[in-house]
Design a protein around this ligand. Structure first.
Ligand code: GLA
Length: 396
């Protein structure tokens, strides 16, 4: 099982002791995720193909004898105080980040969980706001710590839905299920094919050492991300209503031409992205099974184009990385690249030839800096194991 580095656990333990003058009793970690293909279709009944990555949110907790949960972190300036005796509501959050644990706590209290007052420390190696699902990992790590403290165990799906609800009702983002599923159910050396209509999940082996996944964080986050996200979902719901379908799965690529006259230009473009992306994701699974890396790479480039032109969720910085990837091409070690996650900044994912991965990393970094004046943070990752409780060594 892959686990957060010992450095992260050791640093979090030391921070906890310093912040609260006691040792934690419970510790849990939850990974971020990267999505290989199938973007903006988890809330559109589609298929997605994410993997948990070896970057983690870690949450440590110990009882504090009060009726409050006090959360601290070196990532956030203020302490968050969650009161256990008044029902959590979004307006109780004094900072944006506090909405996530508050929403998770609401889900536990609703189930009648007996949660003691707690001191909690959280720490992350997932760059925050980078499109790698730091918020889902935060929710899941916190939720895992609460399970331990309350002595209860939620099923994986129940936990994912509880965390997703926190995001909907407390953070105000009408997200799909991909991020929480990936963070909880991630499997080492596997992608997760999630059918977002049935919520069925199939692990897809991704263990050919000749190819690697390269994540590149553009280090930009445009502020319209969450409002535009909600607009895209509304566009898709509207398009579906106008077409008289209850699920996007009722349409195939070949049906698009015949429905084009029923929608205005914008809604048609949204529909075209959804329908073609659902197909690309299914094709990607076949390409992986056949180890056809060039074909998979082409599907990734096509997905990016569709997200940029039809779904309009990319941005110049993400496009720049993809242009650089195309410049390198297969002979330069890149099979394909695309934005990953919600868009408007954040990260790209590239499928690269392992033997050329280091050269690709430097090329990306140099050329991105040259074009944008911004530093690119890129790293090679492997699909990692999902959230789990961590043992605290007795001498710590
Ligand atoms: C965000 C959301 C996910 C998903 C992606 C886009 O990460 O949280 O549910 O919709 O955007 O694929």
């Amino acid at each position: 099982m892959s686990a957060p580095s010992e450095n992260l656990s050791a640093s979090a333990l030391a921070h906890f002791a310093k912040a609260f003058q006691q040792a934690p009793l419970w510790m849990a970690s939850a990974p971020g995720r990267v999505n290989l293909i199938g973007e903006h279709i988890d809330y559109n009944d589609g298929f997605v193909l994410p993997a948990a990555i070896d970057r983690y949110f870690i949450a440590l907790a110990a009882p504090n004898g009060s009726r409050e949960i006090r959360i601290r972190s070196s990532h956030f300036e203020e302490e968050a105080v969650l009161c256990l005796d008044t029902p959590p509501t979004p307006d109780k959050a004094t900072t944006l980040w506090m909405r996530y644990p508050l929403g998770v706590l609401a889900g536990f209290l609703e189930r009648g969980a007996k949660i003691p007052g707690l001191d909690v420390w959280v720490e992350s190696t997932i760059p925050l706001g980078s499109g790698l699902s730091s918020s889902a990992a935060f929710e899941v790590a916190f939720s895992s710590a609460l399970e331990q403290a309350a002595g209860l165990s939620l099923s994986q799906v129940e936990k994912a839905l509880l965390c997703q609800r926190a995001e909907h009702e407390f953070a105000g983002v009408p997200c799909g299920i991909m991020d929480q599923f990936a963070s909880i159910m991630g499997r080492k050396d596997h992608l997760l094919l999630i059918d977002c209509q049935s919520q069925e999940m199939t692990p897809i082996a991704m263990n050919d050492d000749s190819v690697s996944l390269l994540v590149a964080n553009t280090n930009v986050k445009h502020s319209l991300a969450s409002s535009e996200y909600a607009k895209r979902k509304a566009d898709c719901d509207e398009a579906k209503a106008q077409l008289g379908v209850t699920s996007w799965r009722e349409l195939r690529e070949e049906d698009l031409a015949s429905v084009s006259g029923l929608l205005d230009d914008v809604l048609y473009k949204r529909a075209r992205h959804v329908v073609t992306e659902i197909q690309r994701t299914q094709n990607a699974v076949e390409a992986i099974a056949d180890k056809c890396w060039e074909e998979l790479g082409e599907l990734m480039f096509a997905s990016h184009d569709s997200l940029a032109k039809d779904y309009e969720v990319s941005c110049p910085e993400l496009d720049t990385v993809v242009v650089i990837a195309r410049e390198l091409g297969v002979s330069g070690g890149v099979y394909g690249a695309r934005m990953t996650g919600g868009g408007f900044g954040g990260s790209t994912i590239s499928l690269v030839n392992t033997s050329q991965a280091q050269a690709v990393l430097s090329y990306y970094g140099d050329h991105y800096q040259e074009h944008t004046g911004i530093q690119l943070d890129a790293f090679i990752t492997r699909p990692a194991h999902g959230a789990h409780a961590l043992r605290i060594a007795s001498d710590s």
